[in-house]
Structure formats: C-alpha cells, structure tokens
Design a protein around this ligand. Structure first.
Ligand SMILES: *[C@@H]1O[C@H](CO)[C@@H](O)[C@H](O)[C@H]1NC(C)=O
Ligand SMILES: *[C@@H]1O[C@H](CO)[C@@H](O)[C@H](O)[C@H]1NC(C)=O
Ligand SMILES: *[C@@H]1O[C@H](CO)[C@@H](O)[C@H](O)[C@H]1NC(C)=O
Ligand SMILES: *[C@@H]1O[C@H](CO)[C@@H](O)[C@H](O)[C@H]1NC(C)=O
Ligand SMILES: *[C@@H]1O[C@H](CO)[C@@H](O)[C@H](O)[C@H]1NC(C)=O
Length: 733
C-alpha cells in the first residue's frame, strides 16, 4: 500500500517550502542593524574609493582614527595593525545595542561589490555570530598551522582585514586586548580562533569560500570580473561565489586598483565611466583668467626628437592663460638648442616665467627632480604639467580637461600611430616592468572610454602640486639605483598609495617615434616620412591635398597636364634651404658624372635627391601622394613611382634663366614649384609647344604632372629676376 500519492508528496513539499520561505522572511536582519566600522587615519585615494563604493550601496560607515597618527606599522610589509584593534575596542565600548551587526573592514584597499542586504543574508547563512574573512596563506605565524581546524572546502586561514559579527560577540572577542599599536591584529584574532573553546563560545567561523570577503593575495588567478546588467562584480571561479567585499590585501594593491576601475559601477558596458563625471573642477566657473590655477609646465627634450619646432608651435597653442603658466625647459640635446632659443626669443614674454636648464648642468633624473622642486617651493604653483618633446598633443584643451578631471595624477592617453604603444601600462610584471592588462587593448583602441587607475604613466601627465607638499615631498622622486627616472617616479607614487590615472575620455594626441632620428641635415624632419608618417604629412603636405579629389581641385591648364596642391609652404621652404645648405649645384654643362653615361642632353643647374640622401624618402613621397593622382588622371596606367632622376632646379637670370625645348626621359613628369612668383622671382613657368599652352603663374607647393615623351615637348620659360626653384621627378623612365 502506498502511503502518499505523488500529488500528495508535491503538496507536502510545497507546504514545506512556504514554511521555509516564511521562516527566512522572519529571520532577515534589517539593514539598519548593520554598521560598517573602518580605521582610516589618512584620507587616501584608496579610502575615497572605498567610501564611494559604500555610498553607492548606502552602507552606514563610521570612520575611526581620522587624522590620528598611524602607529600600526607599514601595511605593505611587517605585521602590525594593533592600533585598529585598540580603536575598535574603544568605539564598541560606547555601543549598547547588543544585536547590532558590526562589519569591521580595512578601507584603503577595499571596495564593496554588493550591498547590505546581500551581506546580511550571507552572514545569516553562515550560521555563526562572527564571520572572518579567509585566505589560503597563513600569516603571520606559520607555526599555528596545526591548530587551525580543517575545512571541507575553501581557505583554511584567518585574515583580519574583514569580519562581520554581532556586537556582543565582537566585544567579547576584544575583551582581553592590551596589545601595542604595532602588534599584529591578525595574530591576536588567530589565537582566539585557533583556541577551540573560544572559537566555540564566541561562535566564530571563517568565510572559507569567499561568499562575503575576497582577499586577493594568493587568489589572483581565481578572481575574474563579472559584468551583469549595469553593475560589475568579481567572481571567485574556484568556489563559484560572488563575494560582497573585495580586499587587495598584501601585495595586491594594483589588482584592487584594476578591479576598482570596474567594481561596483565605476565603468560598465551600459553606462561607461560613472566616476569620470564626479567631483569635477569646472574652470569655466572662473570669471577671470587671472583666477586660473598657476601651472608649471615642465618640458623635457631628452634625445634628438623629430618635429621639435612643431612641438613648440603646439605648446604655444595650448589653451590656457599664458600669464598663469611658468615654463621649465630641460634640453639635453645641443642639436635642439636653436629650437628652444628661437621659441623663447619670440614668445618668452607671454609666459609668467621661463627657465631653461641644459645638459651640462644636470642629468635627466636631476632635471625632473628640479622641475618638481621648482613647483614645490613656489607657493603659487597649483599643478605640475609634464610634457616630453616626443608628445604630440593635438588636443589644445588637454591641460584644461586634465585640471577639470580633478585627480591626483592624470595622464592623457597618447599612442604611437598604428601601434599598441602608449604612455601608460595597464599592469606590472613581477619584476616591475610592463605587463598587459586584460583591458589594455580595449582602452588603447577606445572600445572602453573612461579614466583608469593604472600602475604607470609617462611622457605627459598632470600632477597636483599639493602632493609635492605631502605624499610626494621627497626631493629625489626620480632617482633609483636600478630604474629609469620614469619608472622610479611611478614606483615612488605607487608606494605612497597615490593613484595614477590615464584618461581616454577624449582623443588627445600621439607619441612620436624617436628611433633612427638623424641630425646631420639642416631640416632633419624631411627624412621622417617612414618613421613618423602622420607627422610628416601634417607638416609637409598641403592642407588641401586630402580633398583635391572630392573638391575637384585638380586643374587642367593644358591638355593632359594636371595641376594640384601637394606641398605645404614649410615643405617648399625646407627643401630649398636643404639644397642651398648642401650647396653643390651642378655647373649646367653637358658633362654630368652623376648620371649614367655621364652626358646630360638638356642640363640644368640642379642638385639630385640622391646627393642629399633623399632617394628613398622621395620615392615614398611620390608613391604615397602622387601615384593615386596619376592613376586617377591617367586611368589604366599603374605606376610604382620609380625614378632615376629627381632633383631641384635653380633658375636665375644671371645663371640659368630658362630651359630650351626638350622631352623628358620619363613616362610622366612631376614638377613642383618651390617658391612664389612675384615675391621670390619674376617670370618663369612652363610652355608646351605642341599646344602653344603656357603655365605662367606657377603656384608654390603645386605640382604639374604631364607626360614625358612624344606629346609634351616643353620648355622652361625665362626667370627674369630673383631665384626660382622647382623639384622635378622623371617617373618611370
Ligand atoms: C540608496 O539610497 C537612495 C536614497 O535613499 C536610494 O535612492 C538608492 O536607491 C539607494 N541605493 C541602493 C543601492 O539601495
Ligand atoms: C552559533 O550561533 C548560531 C546562530 O547564529 C547557532 O545556531 C549555533 O548553534 C551557534 N554555535 C555554537 C557552537 O554555539
Ligand atoms: C580573556 O581572559 C580571561 C582571563 O584570562 C579568559 O578567561 C578569557 O577566556 C579570555 N577571553 C578571550 C576572548 O580571550
Ligand atoms: C585651401 O582651400 C581653401 C578653400 O578653397 C582656401 O581658402 C585656402 O587658402 C587653401 N589653403 C591653401 C594653403 O592654399
Ligand atoms: C601662342 O599663343 C600666344 C598667346 O597665348 C599667341 O600670342 C601666339 O600667337 C600663339 N602662337 C601660335 C603659333 O599659335
């Protein structure tokens, strides 16, 4: 005989569930009963991060020890922390409501990942009056290992960085504390826990499976970010739990910084960066420019660097009242002295002050120390803005944006074009060098946009001067026995617990390659077409070149002759000056040892590109900027822009004023005017005899493109005054 029918079983189960459910409701601990206590003698960046996460979840937090002197030892190394126990004990003595729940937690390296409700639920489920956080490593006394009870699953050892419990039980636990401030709190609690009688009477357990507390030390590989509907948590994949509190204990400060970039809602897929819009310092609120904070800009030229003149042009364009800027320029390269001098000669008076330090005086580290110290000692100095000469700051508002972001140290992200190379590191290797964080590529490519707490920034960053009076008051921040100055500096900052950020909220600019930069020429930047093509283009290609197709800027002055802008004024000027500086103009005779056969049929006064070692660069230029137009205008013809002859010609009335009619030894010819008719010379131009068609008003920087043989028999018209320069290339001879 069957006692129950399946249906009856179902009913029974259902009824039980209801009873259990009701029970749960009954036992739920009201959130008002929870009080978070933490000790923070200093208002560190980590502490502010903790408070932010607590506020996000509406935790009630009481801070102990504010502004007291910390005697509890160095949290990075030796045991200590006794001061925390003393402060807690005193605070609890005043509290009378015995069924209050106390969460005692570190704060400099802690973030909440969830709210009071979940915390209390998990506490209740632990079925003990006091629950300590756990870890897999025993500390500080390994000899106590045998005394620890075994656990079925999870961490076996106690960590005192976080515990939650009923007030009366915690009071009982603290009753015998008489330790010194630098005694180990962890050892104190460990001894209570490992005493079976005390463990039982106080009713203590460990959160072995990290349901409440995740200590990161020893568990880094087990913790991953978990993005879920507008919030971010950490998941412990070993125990499949979602801890409520994340603690970067011991040497895991950088990992908590990384996790804190997301948890609990710092950055989410749904909302992006939430902290980026908090605590801003809007400069627009200032009524007058004279109220702008004073900034010391440290400019560092540390190696031969391309486009230094452009760097100074940009510095000048930086949007900020110059009267509120002091300049500190360190130049290590004799080669760049002329650039610094010329910038200061023209613009020094605009700035509040300018100071130049040369290499004879100090080395890089000392120069950087000195620059910081200049700001440190200047009571008006509010910010130090560091910018190395290889930084191309395209965003003229960078300085304002960084100030408004209101962070201790913040770098605008700058990247090397087409590379993953930037001025920040997302993580640090064990040896203290570069390591790639999981989000590095997304940040570099701006798939994730925000403000990121990172272990290393360089080249360009803003620092609050107040730090130089406090955490960073050591003079020799850039000195180290074994690290480069940039790394020494970042290590120093990390050790003080100051947060460094990089922002990719906007596009700020890029960073030049200084590799292979030769300084043997007059205008070395002309040679940068391979190493820094984007900067080369911005400097040397005509501003309207990029839209000549769209805006139909290509003219046809004579049949099959095309005319379009290609070089900037600066390009023309630099090429001419480079040639004049080289100075070995050919004699204009028929005998020419520079060419094959040694005989020139139609000689000009010229210098070949090969003579100034510019062949490869010139060919690259033709390929990049001429080829697309050739193929457009002469459809069906494909060129790799090969040439044997490319040169700059000089026409002068008293030297060689014109060139008699001839064919070029080319499939097509490129003839670029390098200076300005009416201004630099009179006359000049080019005539195509077959069509009786002349171009008599050549335009500086514009290229003429025409077929070389057969149809386009042509002559150079006489230059009647001044000097005319053209760059001629016989393409595909
Ligand atoms: C926190 O409290 C505020 C106001 O009392 C409320 O609007 C908000 O939803 C609360 N947040 C959470 C996470 O409970
Ligand atoms: C510990 O406290 C829980 C209630 O929180 C209770 O059920 C349990 O029996 C206690 N354990 C001991 C050993 O007293
Ligand atoms: C505190 O000291 C008393 C007296 O030695 C002892 O009986 C008690 O167990 C101690 N309590 C704790 C929590 O250590
Ligand atoms: C580029 O084109 C614009 C519009 O036609 C013109 O105003 C400007 O002067 C051109 N730039 C140069 C350098 O010629
Ligand atoms: C060539 O053109 C010029 C003016 O453009 C004109 O004066 C001359 O007569 C022309 N010559 C021939 C041979 O057509």
């Amino acid at each position: 005989m069957r006692l129950y029918s399946p249906f009856f079983t179902f009913l029974l189960t259902f009824a039980w569930s209801l009873i259990l459910l009701a029970n749960c409701e009954e036992q739920q601990i009201p959130e008002e009963k929870l009080l978070v206590l933490t000790v923070a003698t200093k208002n560190t960046d980590g502490f502010r991060r903790f408070l932010r996460s607590a506020k996000h979840f509406n935790y009630t937090v009481k801070v102990l020890g504010r502004d007291q002197k910390w005697n509890g030892g160095d949290y990075m190394s030796a045991p200590g922390g006794g001061q925390k126990v003393r402060l807690l004990k005193t605070a609890l003595e005043e509290m009378k409501n015995d069924d209050q729940i106390i969460l005692f937690i570190d704060s400099y390296d802690v973030v909440f990942a969830s709210g009071p409700k979940e915390l209390l639920k998990k506490f209740r489920q632990a079925k003990h009056k006091v629950v300590f956080s756990s870890e897999s490593l025993i500390w500080p006394d390994r000899h106590l290992e045998d005394k620890y009870p075994h656990v079925r699953e999870g961490n076996r050892f106690l960590n005192s960085g976080g515990f939650v419990g009923q007030l009366s039980n915690i009071k009982e636990m603290l009753v015998n504390w008489t330790g010194k401030d630098d005694d180990s709190d962890q050892l104190f609690f460990t001894k209570i826990y490992t005493d079976p009688a005390k463990r039982k009477s106080i009713n203590i357990t460990l959160d072995s499976r990290c349901r409440l507390f995740q200590n990161l030390f020893g568990s880094l590989d087990d913790v991953v970010l978990k993005f879920e509907d507008g919030r971010v948590r950490a998941r412990n994949v070993l125990y499949d739990t979602l801890p409520v509190i994340i603690h970067g204990n011991g040497p895991t400060k950088l990992q908590i910084n990384y996790l804190g970039n997301y948890i609990p809602n710092t950055w989410t897929f749904e909302k992006g960066c939430t902290m980026c819009h908090e605590d801003l310092l809007p400069l627009s609120a200032l009524k007058q420019e004279s109220e702008y904070p004073l900034v010391l800009i440290g400019v560092f030229i540390l190696q031969p660097t391309p486009f230094v003149t452009v760097f100074f042009e940009r510095l000048l364009k930086l949007q900020y009242p110059k009267d509120r800027i002091k300049l500190f320029i360190y130049n290590k390269e004799a080669h760049h002295e002329k650039h610094v001098t010329s910038f200061l000669m023209d613009h020094e008076s605009l700035y509040r002050e300018a100071k130049v330090i040369g290499p004879e005086e100090v080395d890089e580290a000392e120069a950087r120390n000195l620059a910081f110290d200049t700001c440190r000692k200047d009571k008006d100095c509010s910010y130090f803005f560091n910018i190395d000469a290889e930084v191309v700051l395209k965003n003229e508002n960078t300085l304002k944006i960084l100030i408004e972001q209101n962070l201790p140290v913040v770098a605008p992200m700058v990247t090397r074009v087409g590379r993953l190379w930037t001025n920040f590191w997302g993580a640090l290797s064990e040896e203290g060098y570069y390591a790639r964080s999981e989000d590095y590529v997304d940040i570099v490519q701006r798939q994730r946009v925000g403000v990121w707490n990172v272990p290393y920034v360089s080249s360009v960053f803003l620092l609050k001067a107040s730090l130089l009076q406090s955490e960073l008051d050591d003079y020799d921040l850039f000195d180290s026995a074994n690290l480069d100055p940039d790394m020494a500096f970042c290590q120093h900052i990390r050790n003080t617990g100051v947060f460094m950020y990089v922002t990719n909220m906007e596009i700020f600019g890029r960073i030049l390659s200084t590799d292979n930069y030769q300084t043997g020429h007059l205008h070395n930047d002309l040679w940068q077409i391979f190493e820094n093509p984007m900067d080369w283009e911005e400097r040397y290609i005509h501003e309207n070149y990029s839209h000549i197709m769209k805006d139909k800027l290509i003219e046809t002055p004579c049949p099959d002759v095309y005319w379009f802008p290609v070089f900037s004024d600066i390009a023309c000027k630099h090429i001419v000056e480079e040639m004049e500086n080289f100075g070995q103009w050919s004699g204009g005779g028929n005998k020419d040892t520079r060419i094959q056969g040694g005989y020139e049929n139609v000689p000009t006064i010229d210098i070949h590109m090969t003579q100034i070692n510019y062949k490869d660069e010139w060919q690259k230029f033709l390929q990049e900027y001429i080829t697309p137009i050739t193929e457009k205008m002469y459809p069906g013809y494909y060129t790799r822009a090969q040439f044997e002859l490319a040169f700059v010609v000089r026409y002068r009335p008293d030297e060689q004023p014109y060139l008699r009619p001839h064919h070029d030894a080319s499939t097509f010819t490129i003839n670029i005017a390098l200076n300005e008719v009416g201004l630099d010379y009179q006359g000049g131009g080019c005539r195509f005899l077959r069509y009786n068609c002349s171009i008599q008003a050549p335009r500086k920087g514009w290229a003429l493109m025409h077929p070389g043989r057969l149809t386009h028999y042509h002559e150079g018209l006489p230059t009647t005054a001044g000097t005319r320069y053209i760059a001629v290339s016989f393409v595909d001879p």
